[in-house]
Design a protein around this ligand. Structure first.
Ligand SMILES: [Zn+2]
Length: 441
């Protein structure tokens, strides 16, 4: 880790600020915009984030109606008119079901994105002068009809023409069977101990009946720390969430918390800041990017939403890096670096740094443990590190020093794809354990 204090304010900062402006917005979608569940099993939560309670699950292929988007999560309408939230990157946005649209002219080359965020997948591009069919516009983002799908462009890149067009109604081509596809599997919970079933959420509410230990009940609803449940003999009431367990079903395991997590990966250095050097003059920035990209691919394979602070050899200042984590409401921020000692070949091993013990320690421990059980390099442990990207971070954050770049022994690992893949699979293992243990904000 060698941070140069550069005084330039490059374009990259402007880009990071744009991310900041757009990512936290709430977007109200056009009426009857729908999505299809892409994950095998998708958790439906009470709020827009994996820390919110689970209210049900839906299967792959289920179509859901989207009400609005917030922080890359979709608020959806479920069977029985229930409202819940799903991770938007685990669903495909469907046909735009609006039948009329306004048209707009593209004023500057624009990326067409899967949802309203600069971190969303780019589906295509529009050139200046192109005409787009606008379904809905709010704030910084405009929803357009694109190849029979709803997609998004930045509002600043288009200009409305004042004309309207009629769009083909995709409902005419949808099979009848899809009408019945909107089902939510009921969640069942089992009491950990003999508990009181109460008539309302709260310890002062009247007791309906007592339930013995190991009674399984069906969850009807969930409000903060209480489950509204129905017993096998038809009684309904409320149980404190901490008195029950959600039995591990095969379906529940398929929807891992990692799949719902947003992870920001921060490849150290870049561009004019090349970082530390190997004894052969190779740059740290090259291997931080390679390793972060390997980690990103492994996390995306698990369904996680991965955001990079840089994805090419470009200079990004330190200050905007943690901002990306905050604006994207990241569940974890991981900065990747390689160490350097004063003299070549005098130090070796990897270190996992945290800054705020309360916020970062569990993440640091989970990752360090995963590395420890797999990597052949010396483990220098979990340590406090006063680094800007983790110090100025509102999200759980760690800085990894994955070996000494000026140790020839370590560099043989650092520069090998085998080691980079090992680190990537260890990050998947470490984060899986971290989220499984309930560590999220
Ligand atoms: Zn570094």
């Amino acid at each position: 880790m060698k941070i140069k204090q550069l005084k330039r304010w490059p374009l990259a900062i402007a880009c990071a600020l744009l991310i900041g402006v757009s990512a936290a917005t709430t977007t109200v979608l056009a009426e009857s915009s729908s999505i299809t569940v892409r994950a095998t099993v998708l958790n439906v939560r009470l709020g827009p984030g994996m820390s919110y309670g689970l209210m049900g699950q839906v299967q792959r292929g289920t179509k859901l109606t989207v009400i609005k988007q917030e922080n890359s999560w979709d608020q959806v309408r479920l069977a029985g008119n229930k409202i819940g939230w799903v991770a938007s990157w685990l669903v495909d946005q469907n046909e735009a079901t609006t039948t009329s649209a306004r048209t707009a002219t593209v004023t500057a080359g624009a990326n067409i994105r899967q949802y309203a965020s600069t971190s969303a997948k780019v589906l295509g591009t529009a050139a200046a002068g192109d005409t787009l069919d606008v379904i809905y516009q709010e704030g910084n983002w405009t929803q357009i009809a694109y190849h029979n799908t709803a997609a998004w462009v930045s509002t600043s890149t288009i200009s409305l023409t004042g004309k309207t067009v009629t769009l083909a109604s995709p409902q005419q081509t949808q099979p009848q069977s899809q009408k019945a596809a909107q089902t939510v599997s009921a969640i069942k919970v089992t009491t950990n101990l003999a508990v009181n079933l109460r008539s309302a959420a709260g310890l002062n509410a009247p007791v309906v009946t007592q339930l013995p230990k190991n009674t399984t009940v069906t969850v009807l609803d969930q409000s903060s720390e209480w489950y509204k449940v129905q017993t096998a003999d038809g009684k309904t009431g409320y149980l404190a969430a901490w008195t029950v367990t959600v039995p591990g079903t095969k379906a529940a395991k398929a929807a891992t918390n990692l799949a719902e997590a947003t992870i920001v990966l921060d490849p150290g250095h870049g561009g004019s800041d090349s970082g530390a050097e190997s004894t052969s003059g190779k740059h740290e920035k090259t291997y931080t990017l390679q390793t972060a990209q390997a980690i990103g691919a492994a996390l995306r394979a698990q369904g996680a939403n991965v955001v990079f602070t840089r994805s090419s050899d470009t200079f990004v200042d330190l200050a905007p890096r943690p901002v990306v984590a905050e604006k994207d409401h990241a569940d974890a921020f991981i900065s990747v670096h390689f160490d350097s000692s004063a003299n070549a070949n005098e130090a070796s091993g990897f270190t996992t740094y945290y800054y705020n013990a309360k916020k970062d320690m569990q993440l640091a421990k989970a990752l360090n443990h995963a590395f420890d059980t797999n990597l052949s390099m010396t483990n220098r442990g979990v340590q406090f590190g006063n680094y800007e990207v983790i110090r100025n971070n509102t999200q759980p954050a760690v800085l990894l020093e994955m070996g000494y770049i000026n140790s020839d022994k370590d560099f043989a690992h650092i520069s090998s794809s085998t080691y980079q893949q090992q680190v990537a699979s260890d990050v998947v293992k470490g984060l899986t354990a971290y989220f499984k243990a309930g560590n999220h904000q």
